[in-house]
Design a protein. Structure first.
Length: 132
C-alpha cells in the first residue's frame, strides 16, 4: 500500500456512503447506488508532484461523467506554515516517496474528508444519510 492509498483509506474507509470501496494508487472508486459511482483522487494543480487537492468525479455507470469538483486542501483547512512562508498544504512526491510537505493533523484530514463527502452525498438516493 502506497502513501496515497493509506491516506485515502484513513480519510474515507469508515464512511458507509461509499460502498464497495476499491483503492488503486492515488484513486478511490466506490458505489453510491446501483447507477452512480464516485472516483476520488489526489491531483496536482500546476506543479508536478505537488498534490494540492482531491478531485471527486460522479459517474453514471451507463452514461459516463455526471459532475466533477476539485477540493483544494488550502480552501478547506487554510494556509499552513511551510519552511519559509505560509502556503497551501500539499503532499509532495519526491523520488517515489510521498509525504505531507506541510504538516496536516488528523482532525484537518477528517475536515477535508467531510467536505468531500458532503458534496458526494448530494448524489445519493433519497433517504440515504451520509455517515462517518
Amino acid at each position: 500500500m502506497n502513501f496515497f492509498e493509506q491516506e485515502l483509506r484513513n480519510m474515507f474507509s469508515q464512511n458507509k456512503t461509499l460502498k464497495e470501496q476499491k483503492y488503486c494508487g492515488r484513486t478511490l472508486l466506490a458505489k453510491l447506488d446501483e447507477d452512480l459511482r464516485v472516483k476520488l483522487r489526489f491531483v496536482t494543480q500546476g506543479y508536478s508532484e505537488h498534490y494540492t487537492a482531491i478531485e471527486a468525479t460522479i459517474i453514471n455507470r451507463t452514461d459516463g461523467e455526471v459532475d466533477r469538483q476539485c477540493f483544494c486542501f488550502g480552501d478547506i483547512i487554510g494556509l499552513k506554515q511551510g519552511y519559509c512562508q505560509m502556503e497551501n498544504p500539499y503532499i509532495w512526491q519526491n523520488s517515489n516517496k510521498a509525504y505531507w510537505y506541510t504538516p496536516v493533523t488528523e482532525k484537518e484530514k477528517q475536515q477535508i474528508a467531510q467536505t468531500v463527502l458532503e458534496y458526494v452525498g448530494m448524489y445519493q438516493e433519497e433517504g440515504m444519510v451520509p455517515t462517518m
